[in-house]
Design a protein around this ligand. Sequence first.
Ligand code: OAD
Length: 228
Amino acid sequence: MRIVVLTGAGISAESGVATFRDADGLWEGHNVAEVATPEGFAADPDLVQRFYDERRASLATVEPNAAHRALADLESRLGDDLLIVTQNVDDLHERAGSRNVIHMHGELRSAWCLACDDRFPWDAPMATNPQCPGCAVPNLRPDIVWFGEIPYRMEEIQTALLAADIFVAIGTSGEVYPAAGFVALAAQAGARTVELNLNASRITSAFDEVHAGPATEVVTNWVAGLVK
Ligand code: OAD
C-alpha cells in the first residue's frame, strides 16, 4: 500500500508555528509580495533576511506534535511506501523521526548561495550577510521557494502521486498551486483521497473522505485506523 501525504501549515499549528492564511497567520502585518517573492528580495534584501531569520530562530522554540509523530510512526511501519511531501519550511517532520520527506517549498534551515549555486544546511542569521562556506562570497538567500519560483522535486512528487494507493492532504488550505492540484492527479491515477483539516479547505469537494478536526486528533486517529 503506497501512501503520499501532503502537509501544510495546519499540521504545525498546534506546535505553535503560525499558519499563513488563518486569523493569526504569518502574513499578517507582512505583505506577501515584500517577503515571499524574488522581486521583494531584490527591493529590500535586509527586510526579507530579517523576516526569515526570525522564522528560523523561532524553530528552536517549537516541538513536533502528535500528528508529526503519528506520521513518523507510520513510516516506521511502511518504510519507503510512505512519502511525505510538505509545503512547510519548518523541520518538525524530521524532528519527529520522518526520513522520507520532500520539502517542495524549501527549508528555513537551508541556505542557497547565489554566487556558487550551492545549497547547504544553515542555522544562523543571514541579515548579517555571512560568507558562503564553500566559495566565501557573501551572497546567501533563504532556500525557500517564493511566489513565481518553481517548487522542488516536482518530477519525483508526480511519480509518487501516480503510483499512490492513498493520497492524504493534512492542514493545507488548497489555495496554492501546484500542491492544490495533487488531489486531482492522485485521484485520476486511482488513489483514494483523504482530507484531514480543521475546517473544510477550498478544495474539500475533490476528496473521497474528509475528517475535520485539529491535526493532533484527526491525524492520530487516521493513522491508528490504518495500522489496526
Ligand atoms: P494555509 O495557512 O494557507 O492553510 C492552513 C490550513 O491549515 C487551513 O486550511 C486551516 O484550516 C488548517 N489548520 C489550521 N490549524 C489546524 C490544525 N490545528 N489542525 C489541522 N488543520 C489546521 O497554509 P498552507 O496551505 O500550508 O508557501 O499554505 C500553502 C503555502 O502558502 C505555504 O507553503 C506558503 C504559503 O504561501 C511558501 O512559503 C512558498
